[in-house]
Unconditional design. Structure first.
Length: 227
């Protein structure tokens, strides 16, 4: 376990071109293209409708009820990063709001994913600063206890390393390891192309039973039609 009170300044981020390529795809497509890996637990939800983000992770380990490390993390943000925050134990306090969003945006951040609470939702919506959180909670936090920045963190059961690609939309949040970003982007593109072919066949009235050759296996298991 890494110690508390650490800020790693040198982070190897995923290739920018690969991040841009991944940004074209939804969370479900990326998750499937990566071998059905990388999803955060579904309780992490957008705080307003239409929120979406894709960027490289600046990771934060928070202490419950304490948002000090989010301010520390802001200094480490570069253009195209997203802040991804876990907590040493479960906490739904309002770690993040409009003022921190203003600070992160000035540094070039593309949003926040946090396994904790968020507040000032109407302001965030007006700013169009995407936040995906465990809860919406007006309860404030203190600045008293050290956590860490740019260390591996577990956020909603997903391991996130600094520099990994994080994609979030209405379907959830998925984490792509930095080393796999280009490969997964290519696999996602292939998957989308294949799905478009299937989509057209469905439009033409073909059934999934035939498209996926399901009739034989169903019959073998004893599926019986009665008229």
């Amino acid at each position: 376990m890494h110690p508390l009170g650490i800020v790693h300044r040198a982070v190897e981020r995923a290739d920018r071109a690969a991040v841009e390529a991944l940004s074209a795809f939804g969370v479900a497509t990326v998750h499937e293209a990566m071998g059905r890996l990388g999803l955060m637990r579904p309780y992490i939800r957008p705080v307003y409708e239409g929120a979406r983000l894709c960027g490289t992770a600046v990771t934060v380990l928070l202490q419950p009820g304490d948002n000090w490390m989010l301010h520390v993390a802001a200094e480490q943000v570069r253009e195209g990063d997203v802040v991804v925050a876990g907590c040493t134990t479960e906490s739904e306090d309002g770690f993040f709001g409009e003022l921190l969003a203003t600070s992160l945006r000035a540094r070039g951040a593309g949003g926040l994913v946090i396994d904790g609470g968020c507040r000032d939702v109407d302001d965030l919506r007006r700013m169009d600063f995407p936040v995906f959180s465990r809860a919406v909670n007006a309860k404030g936090t203190v600045k008293a206890t050290l956590g860490s920045v740019n260390v591996p963190v577990v956020v909603a059961n997903a391991l996130v390393n600094p520099g990994d690609v994080v994609i979030a939309d209405a379907d959830g949040v998925v984490v792509v390891p930095a080393a796999r970003a280009a490969e997964v982007a290519e696999a996602a593109a292939r998957r989308e192309a294949a799905e478009e072919g299937k989509r057209q066949r469905f439009r033409d009235g073909e059934l999934g039973l035939d498209l996926y050759a399901m009739r034989g296996p169903l019959a073998e298991l004893g599926l019986t039609y009665l008229d």
